[in-house]
Design a protein around this ligand. Sequence first.
Ligand code: FNR
Length: 193
Amino acid sequence: MKLLVFAGSTRQNSFNRRLAFATAALARAAGADVTHIELGDFNIPMYNADLEAAGTPPDVIRLKQVMADHPAWIICTPEYNASYPALLKSTLDWVSSPVKGHPEWTDGMKSSRGKVVGVLSASPGALGGLRSQSHLAPLLINLECWLAPKNFALGRAGDAFDSEGALKDERARHSVQAVIDQVIWAAARLQPA
Ligand code: FNR
């Protein structure tokens, strides 16, 4: 199963980037074909319809293609003001926007329709950014994704990782693994025959 993993943060010491790294490692160990991307590697400005009218940035097309190529995704989201960050909103807005006249991308939902998506979050707070997930869920459903019922919020994230980037707590590892397993299970069943 081709699994795409990314975090909704570009911060250098981001807990969600670390969680994405740890998740990718666990998924690889479980036999998934994992692509771990960094949104910081994509040159995508804040969404603006005037910019779009002048031409969709090439990295938006590149990200659409990466997302389209993966039936299963796991997103690690920070929590800002009880929601998910503007970076994630803007990026997913670009991804969902039709590219007028483009041979492949006039259908805005083509890169997200039918994907099985697991959501994780991490925060220094006790709730682990759980509230961000409840805001991200309707956006993903609007993108015609299937949202995995299992989720996980990593609280006290500043103490959660060892020097190799792995999750120290076995219960946290099991919780992340449960999301990975469910996403892969469901994506395998939703793939066209
Ligand atoms: C936060 N943070 C935060 N944390 C939280 O648990 N609940 C919240 O509502 C908020 N709100 C919030 C608003 C703003 C504007 C900022 C900048 C931060 C703290 C946030 O979770 C923390 O900075 C994380 O470290 C961000 O995620 P990354 O970058 O570490 O992945």
